[in-house]
Ligand binder design. Structure first.
Ligand code: 5CA
Ligand code: ZN
Length: 409
């Protein structure tokens, strides 16, 4: 699939700091030491509805990861998937009596537009589940042939007991895992499974549903977790730096993915850091396509809201916290954008070097965007109250806000 156009990332004077980030698997901060090319896999959308603020907040977090790396003069190899075949997509297409392919294409196109407007850096490889099927089938065959997977009425399940490291990503107790499995796409109550948590790797063709050639697996379609493993291993290989997504992906998705990869390669973990963004709520409940309590990026854009203000609204919250979207959050962001734009509109101002270092420090420290915003606020307030004589300082601030936060002033 094609991704979306990249916005330019201005180079800043000096050099950024290495990223320290929270890893779910160890529940601690780790300093990543990527080589000259940092590798990141971010789980993409299931395109059955438009991009909401929760999605945008999660992609914003991983955009910051890349911006910190780029500021250390590294290249970034970024891969993202599109789950363009899965139950929720088929269910929505059926409900709305539209073709599932057309639905996926429409929502993916809108996602690209939203990401472009928000200045999110595009992945180098943007891969749909459907186009990944030829790479998924041999992996499922290998898992089955090595005894890590088994057949149940034509479907192929992964056996979590085949992985000695199972559970190490999300570190949850068995009861919680079972509950979350049922909530998040699993089928713990299906009779005949070896372990209720075992996830499906390959679903045999169902009457009236799309299916693909699965070689020795028979016709069918891929399971969710193996999709991301196949794409990540194909484009990044084992031991890449970050796998990212919202906190609802820690279990089962990232746990199962790590298990699949362990069974395939004998190595754990697939990613050096498992990074999870908090959940954005609306009216007290997690914003979700299934509940329908949504604020869409595209709807705000249509209402004339500046995408830079949307981005500032996201950045005002630490990526790991759960937070609530309200009108006030957006109003505060609009006001902040106005103050910042006024402050950089003059040719000179207070010195900017210390501010750039504060921003770098804050972001390298587990992507502390709110602290970076507060530093820019102080500079803008000083500019407003007393001005300054440093020629070009506003330009430096403007470039730093663009390069490190993805906000065009
Ligand atoms: N296609 C899979 C990943 S392979 C998927 O989870 N798609 S999704 O469309 O449901 O979600 C896309 C990303 O947005 C995931 O990282 C998910 O964790 C995140 N996300 C979904 N809802 C919210 C929310 N309310 N707040 C924050 N992030 C969210
Ligand atoms: Zn994924």
């Amino acid at each position: 699939m094609h991704a979306w156009p990249a916005s330019e990332v201005p180079a800043l004077p000096g050099k950024g700091r290495d990223l320290r980030i929270h890893d779910t698997a160890t529940d601690g901060l780790i300093t990543l030491d990527p080589g000259p090319v940092a590798r990141i896999y971010v789980c993409g959308i299931t395109p059955y509805d438009a991009t909401h603020m929760g999605h945008a907040a999660t992609y914003n977090a991983f955009d910051l990861v890349q911006r910190v790396w780029l500021d250390t003069k590294r290249q970034v190899h970024y891969v993202q998937n599109v789950t363009d075949i899965d139950d929720p997509l088929l269910e929505r297409a059926e409900r709305d009596a539209i073709d599932w392919v057309a639905l996926a294409e429409k929502e993916t196109a809108l996602f690209r537009e939203d990401m472009t407007a928000l200045r999110m850096l595009p992945p180098r490889h943007y891969i749909g589940a459907v186009e990944a099927i030829p790479g998924i089938v041999p992996l499922v065959e290998r898992l089955r042939d090595s005894g890590a997977a088994y057949e149940l009425e034509g479907d192929i399940y992964f056996s979590v007991e085949s992985d000695p490291d199972f559970g190490k990503v999300s570190r949850l107790d068995a009861a919680t895992m079972r509950l979350l499995s049922a909530e998040r796409g699993g089928d713990p109550d299906r009779p005949g499974k070896k372990n209720p948590l075992d996830p499906m790797l390959w679903m045999a063709a169902r009457e009236g549903e799309p299916s693909w050639d699965g070689g020795s697996l028979g016709r069918g379609r891929p399971g969710w977790h193996i999709e991301c493993v196949a794409i990540a291993l194909d484009h990044l290989g084992m031991g890449f730096d970050v796998q990212g997504g919202g906190s609802d992906l820690a279990f089962p998705h990232h746990e199962m993915g790590a298990s699949h990869a362990q069974a395939l390669t004998g190595e754990f973990p697939m990613a050096k850091a498992y990074v999870h963004a908090g959940m954005v709520a609306l009216h007290g409940e997690k914003m979700s396509k299934s509940k329908g309590n949504l604020v869409f990026v595209s709807a705000l854009r249509r209402d004339g809201v500046d995408p830079a203000a949307i981005r500032l609204a996201l950045l005002a919250h630490h990526y790991r916290s759960d937070w609530e979207w309200t009108d006030q959050v957006l109003q505060d962001a609009v006001a902040r954008l106005d103050r910042w734009r006024a402050a950089v509109s003059r040719p000179d101002g207070p010195p900017a070097e210390a501010l750039v270092e504060e921003m770098r420090e804050a972001l390298a420290n587990d992507l502390d965007a709110p602290t970076a915003l507060a530093a820019v606020d102080r500079w803008a307030a000083l500019q407003q109250e007393r001005g300054g004589t440093d020629e070009g300082a506003p330009g430096v601030v403007s470039r730093a806000v663009d390069a490190l936060l993805g906000v065009a002033l």
